[in-house]
Design a protein. Structure first.
Length: 120
């Protein structure tokens, strides 16, 4: 057994992110978002409330960007959702995208337009 705890480890290649730079992990979507999807978009509430969401703070203090996804779809394809930026690489899993305001309890969501591949 090696007892070299007093030696410093090599510095990581990139500095650790500060608390402000870290994005929240996936969790249940905010209530205003789910309500908007059910009421304004007319989706089935039993299905909607099983979905998960990831958020990213906007420049304004109480506004957040939101992406909603189905956790069973991502896990069946082997995609591990870390945070909001995961869907930059996997946009096909985004079911709804938009924003919500924590202060006013308002939201606006839409289904993303997925480009169809062109036939060769």
């Amino acid at each position: 057994m090696s007892w070299n705890f007093w030696k410093k480890k090599a510095a990581p290649s990139e500095p650790p992110k500060t608390k402000e730079e870290r994005l929240p992990k996936a969790k249940n979507m905010p209530e205003p978002v789910g309500r908007y999807i059910v009421v304004d978009l007319g989706k089935d509430p039993d299905w909607v409330w099983q979905l998960k969401g990831v958020v990213r703070a906007q420049a304004e203090g109480s506004r957040y960007d939101v992406r909603v996804f189905d956790e069973s779809q991502t896990s069946s394809k082997g995609v591990r959702v870390q945070d909001y930026t995961t869907f930059d690489e996997h946009p096909e899993f985004i079911l709804f995208e938009g924003w919500y305001d924590r202060k006013s309890n308002r939201a606006h969501m839409q289904e993303p337009v997925v480009p169809t591949p062109k036939a060769a």
